[in-house]
Design a protein around this ligand. Structure first.
Ligand code: SF4
Length: 390
């Protein structure tokens, strides 16, 4: 475990808040006032939110508040119904492909942190080909590229790897270091469809306590990454917070504001949200704010009621039991049989390289059977770049 207090926090020069981008909103928002606001939500606020078809962020705050807990079953049923109406009985599966666990950052919750004494590996072309073959063998057609954050794994590496990987998959997303708009535009021309940048927490003070060194400690630069992705015209933008770093309700309300901010400006893009909870890892921390299974269900249902169109993703961080029960609730995509270490699909003996422990380790065939048992069908390909020009 990393003792945060014993680390000398080296602050990078922080980017200024940019007017018109989301950092400007965060800088002008009082975290405590926002926390107090959702704590004070009443049963009337919850009933009002439940009766509306278009919810604003205040309604969302009411639905994730303690006052909404008695309405959990009603919320879950409505969430399922809305998801069926909008997305049908389908769920798409994707696989994360970890290209590198080399990282120049120090994040207290991550097994890839620079100071962790683990073996580092960045896949070369032939190793990537082996991973692709192993992943295709399982049936996947949607791939999420994941890397640590270092200069060695930046644009020149992405420019080599993307065309190679994209030639095997119909949909390619990335979860890598934040880039600038021109770089996103360039990657779009060689196959990039979506970018996920999880803010981890929207509270600057807490963010700096958990991002001790490296470029990731630049709070505003990360915060404005989704704006830059939208400006580049990327098809899909993914948001997320690491549930447990801070008050999960306040972070979720901030993320709801973030989604609305982006939707107003980049209306051609689609959006997705995810709900990662802190998992055990090499050198990991104890969560500050525990979100129980019941509260996570409440949060998921509230998101679907808040936004009928947003895609929602369920990862293998969650247990088989939780995924089994959550699959009908509002999700549109799910990972399966994930490996969180570079080279892990072709050679599973590399567990010490992993970013965090997977909770649901069932093989893809079992996940498909589970999804079908819940009355849903698996789709491997739910979007084609050609459709964006129609
Ligand atoms: S969370 Fe990302 S940036 Fe931070 S240590 Fe892990 S891989 Fe590096």
């Amino acid at each position: 475990m990393i003792d945060v207090a014993s680390h000398k926090i080296r602050l990078l020069e922080q980017s200024p808040a940019v007017e018109g981008q989301f950092s400007h909103f965060v800088e002008s928002t009082d975290w405590h006032a926002m926390t107090q606001s959702h704590q004070e939500k009443t049963e009337q606020d919850v009933l009002r939110a439940l009766s509306k078809s278009k919810l604003n962020v205040e309604d969302f705050a009411a639905l994730i508040s303690p006052a909404a807990e008695p309405y959990l079953l009603e919320m879950a049923a409505k969430s399922e119904q809305l998801t069926l109406q909008r997305f049908g009985k389908t769920l798409s599966l994707f696989a994360p492909l970890y290209l590198s666990n080399t990282c120049a950052n120090e994040c207290t919750y991550c097994g890839f942190s620079m100071s962790n004494a683990i073996k580092r590996l960045t896949l070369n072309e032939s190793q990537v080909e082996k991973e692709i073959a192993a992943i295709k063998d399982k049936g996947f057609d949607h791939i999420l590229l994941v890397t640590g954050e270092t200069n060695k794994v930046s644009m020149p590496y992405f420019e080599r790897m993307l065309p190679l990987i994209k030639s095997h998959f119909s949909q390619l997303s990335m979860e890598v270091q934040p880039l600038n708009s021109e770089e996103y535009k360039r990657l779009q021309t060689i196959g990039l469809d979506g970018v996920l940048v999880y803010q981890e927490t929207y509270r600057r003070k807490t963010y700096l306590e958990h991002h001790l060194r490296g470029n990731k400690s630049n709070f505003n630069y990360r915060l404005d990454a989704p704006d830059r992705i939208g400006q580049a015209g990327i098809h899909k933008i993914g948001l997320g917070v690491l549930l447990g770093l801070e008050d999960w309700r306040t972070d979720s309300v901030m993320m709801a504001h973030h989604l609305r901010h982006l939707q107003k400006r980049y209306w051609r893009s689609r959006f997705s949200v995810a709900f990662p909870r802190i998992r055990p890892c090499e050198g990991g921390i104890v969560p500050k704010s525990i979100i129980t299974d019941r509260q996570l269900v409440q949060l998921i249902a509230a998101w679907r009621l808040f936004d009928w169109d947003v895609e929602m993703s369920l990862s293998t961080r969650e247990s088989p039991e939780f995924r089994h029960h959550a699959v009908r609730m509002g999700f549109t995509t799910m990972s399966a049989e994930s490996k969180t270490q570079p080279g892990g699909y072709a050679d599973d003996a590399q567990a010490a390289l992993e970013q965090f422990e997977i909770s649901d380790e069932r093989p893809v065939a079992e996940i498909i059977a589970m999804i079908r048992s819940q009355g849903r069908e698996v789709v491997w390909k739910n979007w084609d770049p050609a459709l964006s020009h129609v």
